[in-house]
Design a protein around this ligand. Structure first.
Ligand SMILES: Cc1cn([C@H]2C[C@H](O)[C@@H](COP(=O)(O)OP(=O)(O)O[C@H]3O[C@@H](C)C(=O)[C@@H](O)[C@H]3O)O2)c(=O)[nH]c1=O
Length: 170
């Protein structure tokens, strides 16, 4: 007889290894191949004709997270973020609180690593948080459609342990 609290796994990936998760409205995911070369690895991160990222990259940052570190929660009114993990392993959690969104109230959780190079584009209005899952520094680049405005950043925040977002980092 099963132990009372046992929970049966549901499908999480297809036979092609694709997540069965539905992306939040406007969120885009684009895997990019590593080109193995005679001297290393080359990976494209932006092409204007891809259906990912902003029309034009107008700002870019490289952010390093210390082991286990959390960077949450962020939201932008006009900035489109495109995240690519450069090294290590990072959990990216998205939460849709947009009043008119078909996916309002829903979450996306991505486990990102250089082992499966993936670009994630986050539209304005989507709350997002990241956590370094590794035991050493992990880092990501984030390229934007707007330059960072030092005098008035397009940046809204909630504490990483807020109860306003139905997700708790551990
Ligand atoms: C984003 C950014 C921050 N800064 C400064 C402002 C502040 O003193 C310091 C840290 O700022 P932040 O906490 O915003 O940077 P960071 O901790 O890297 O957070 C970033 O996380 C990702 C997920 C995002 O969504 C980005 O918009 C940004 O908020 O760096 C810049 O000088 N230029 C920039 O482009």
């Amino acid at each position: 007889m099963l132990i009372k609290d046992a929970i049966k796994d549901q499908q999480t990936v297809t036979s092609e290894g694709e997540s069965t998760n539905t992306l939040l409205a406007g969120v885009k995911k684009h895997e990019v191949p590593n080109i193995i070369t005679s001297n290393g690895i080359t990976t494209e991160l932006y092409r204007p004709e891809w259906d990912i990222g902003p029309e034009q990259i107008r700002h870019m940052i490289h952010a390093i997270l210390r082991p286990g570190a959390i960077s949450a929660w962020h939201m932008h009114e006009f900035q489109i973020d495109t995240i690519f993990v450069i090294n290590g392993a990072i959990k990216l959690v998205l939460y849709d609180d947009r009043a008119d969104s078909a996916t309002k109230g829903q979450l996306n959780v991505f486990h990102l690593s250089r082992l499966r190079p993936t670009l994630i584009t986050i539209p304005p209005g989507i709350w997002h948080g990241l956590q370094n899952l590794d035991y050493s520094e992990s880092s990501f680049i984030n390229y934007f459609n707007n330059p960072y405005i030092y005098s008035g950043p397009d940046e809204w925040r909630l504490p990483s342990d807020t109860n306003k977002i139905p997700y708790q980092f551990k």
